[in-house]
Design a protein around this ligand. Structure first.
Ligand SMILES: [Zn+2]
Length: 288
């Protein structure tokens, strides 16, 4: 009996244990469920907050993107409506520039003679065409800097004809006329032909020491890397190609891609920017 009671008791005991166990399992499950619900609610809340944040960021980004797009559109309209002149990206050098030249660059052509007896201060710029070539001191300094810059870019160029004295210009001029006369040209024809390439003595930029014929006097110079380099960089050193292909009506000189004239970097930048001849540029300054 005692055994039975014990057994029953035991059963009871175990039943109670089981009951307790069941209850504790149930409450554990409930707690777990509650935790799961809380977790789920937290996740949903986080998801909502995340979605709102993402939406806001997206909205802001779209907003600023629109602003950028409209700025680009308006600047595109500006460039589309305003550029009458090509934008070389160059600014006109100021007085601090080493190649800045104040005032108006001297215009030397058949209508504007060099004053008689004018004797520029000369500087050697290198050997070429059988003798030491020279230029007016400031032009020479700019020329030497330009040649050094070209060399550092792997471009070689040599001075062919810089300063020419009045006598030398006269001799060259007379020799050219003779060569045409020998070919059967009349005196007038020979002079006209000569004057396309040889300035009448007293009207050559070479007599002022302000010009350099680079690498010779051959039109094929226009096809060389040196010419390309000059087209891109010479203005920065104050030089311009003086006698362009389509400028003969204005300059009265044939196309001379080899002839580079020192005017100063400030003037050169403007001349290149406007795409005009020195004749037009000087006339523009006078008319201002
Ligand atoms: Zn020349």
């Amino acid at each position: 009996m005692a055994y039975m009671r014990n057994k029953i008791f035991e059963q009871y005991q175990s039943g109670a244990r089981q009951h307790r166990r069941r209850r504790s399992v149930k409450s554990r499950r409930r707690r777990r469920l509650r935790a799961l619900i809380i977790l789920a609610m937290f996740l949903v809340a986080a998801l909502i907050v995340g979605l709102i944040a993402w939406g806001l960021i997206h909205l802001l980004r779209n907003g600023s993107g629109g602003a950028v797009a409209s700025t680009a559109a308006s600047s595109a309209t500006l460039t589309a409506t305003s550029p009458a002149q090509p934008d070389t990206g160059q600014t006109v050098p100021g007085t601090g520039n080493p190649y800045y030249e104040p005032g108006t660059p001297p215009l030397i052509n058949r209508d504007n003679h060099i004053p008689e007896g004018y004797a520029p201060e000369l500087t050697n710029v290198g050997y070429g065409n059988g003798r030491e070539q020279q230029m007016e001191a400031r032009a020479a300094s700019a020329y030497l800097d330009m040649v050094a810059a070209a060399a550092s870019d792997g471009i070689g160029m040599s001075p062919y004809s810089g300063y020419r004295s009045h006598e030398r210009q006269q001799n060259n001029y007379n020799a050219a006329i003779q060569s045409y006369l020998v070919q059967g040209y009349s005196q007038a024809e020979a002079e006209a032909q000569t004057q396309l390439y040889y300035a009448i003595p007293g009207t050559s930029e070479h007599e002022a020491g302000l010009a350099m014929d680079i690498d010779g006097t051959n039109e094929s110079f226009a096809n060389t890397p040196a010419f390309q380099w000059l087209r891109e960089n010479a203005a920065g050193f104050g030089f311009i190609m003086r006698y362009g292909k389509d400028d003969t009506d204005i300059t009265h000189v044939a196309y001379e891609p080899w002839h580079w004239r020192y005017v100063g970097a400030n003037h050169a930048a403007e001349i290149v920017r406007q795409g005009i001849t020195l004749e037009e540029y000087v006339a523009g300054l006078a008319g201002r």
